[in-house]
Design a protein around this ligand. Structure first.
Ligand code: AMP
Ligand code: MN
Ligand code: MN
Ligand code: MN
Length: 275
């Protein structure tokens, strides 16, 4: 029986397992097809692929790209990508600069709130990984400002909190194009995490499809049966394939375990059909 997980993170971004550990754990958890999709980086893919090659596991190189559309931020997962593609690497470099600048701004912002050295402290925690708000959350926990990641986000890192710094990521269409240039399949990640109204969801799906987007996560780590039904309906209505991914970041996020992904509904075309 196939067991696919097409959305996971490693220490190359904000996951807690190294790419090697992730692949090993995934195999142990019974996953037969695994994609590593770190935020805006392909840095962990080579190591992960090398380990997968020694195990009985099909490895899919992937990425989760931060994009902005209509002033809102969305995550687009790129699957089965050619890591070396110049167009993909150029969007990665562009986002890397935005992330570095944002990290400095978050540090300044926390500094003026009386939380000092957050930028340096967070850089040390990230240890060369793509710098994300999750790393700031870890800094805030370590320094005793928050109890856990959820608490750190709620109190410091979301809208209108002391570490809130807004940025504009590359445009949705641009991220889809870069994934396509890299021979990959683009998928809307965790569609219900954006708090969209029905009409904005419709606009997003139409625009995504018109821009060459391929699929939607019908099943993600925390999706309820009602969400699976709704996402399946979107996939059929807008002619999108379906994907399944846990969004695993490490065992500290208990709501998305490795190897626990449900199968796609039988009437949904899987994204891996064309690979
Ligand atoms: P960034 O891309 O740097 O803005 O960071 C986004 C990452 O932060 C997401 O991929 C999640 O891993 C994490 N995240 C976002 N919101 C929360 C939250 N409320 N609680 C815990 N982690 C979160
Ligand atoms: Mn993350
Ligand atoms: Mn995401
Ligand atoms: Mn993710």
């Amino acid at each position: 029986m196939e067991n696919c997980d097409l959305h996971t993170h490693s220490t190359a971004s904000d996951g807690t397992l190294t790419p090697e550990q992730l692949v090993t754990e995934a195999c142990r958890a019974g996953i037969t097809t695994l994609a590593l999709t770190d935020h805006d980086t392909t840095a962990g893919l080579k190591q992960a692929g090398a380990v997968a090659g020694k195990l009985d596991l099909r490895f899919i190189p992937g990425i989760e790209i931060s994009t902005t559309w209509q002033g809102r931020n969305f995550h687009i997962v790129g699957l089965n990508i050619d890591t070396e593609c110049p167009s993909l690497q150029s969007i990665i470099a562009e986002i890397g600069i935005i992330r570095e600048r944002r990290a400095i701004e978050i540090g300044r912002s926390l500094d003026s709130y009386g939380i000092y050295h957050a930028h340096e402290g967070t850089l040390a925690i990230a240890g060369g990984a793509t710098i994300t708000r999750s790393h700031f959350a870890r800094f805030l926990i370590n320094e005793g400002y928050a109890r856990n990641s959820r608490d750190a986000f709620k109190r410091f890192l979301v809208r209108n909190r002391p570490g809130d710094v807004r940025v504009t990521w590359p445009d949705l269409a641009c991220s889809i194009k870069c994934i396509k240039d890299a021979g990959g399949t683009s998928v809307i990640a965790h569609p219900f995490s954006y708090n969209l109204t029905g009409s904005w969801m419709r606009k997003l799906l139409l625009e995504f499809k018109a821009s060459g987007g391929d699929g939607i996560e019908v099943i993600c780590g925390s999706s309820t049966p009602a969400e699976v039904r709704l996402a399946s309906g979107f996939a059929k209505k807008y002619g999108l394939a379906g994907s399944t991914g846990s969004d695993f970041h490490g065992d500290n996020h208990i709501w998305c375990k490795l190897g626990a992904q449900r199968n796609l509904p039988p009437d949904i075309t899987p994204v891996w059909d064309t690979w």
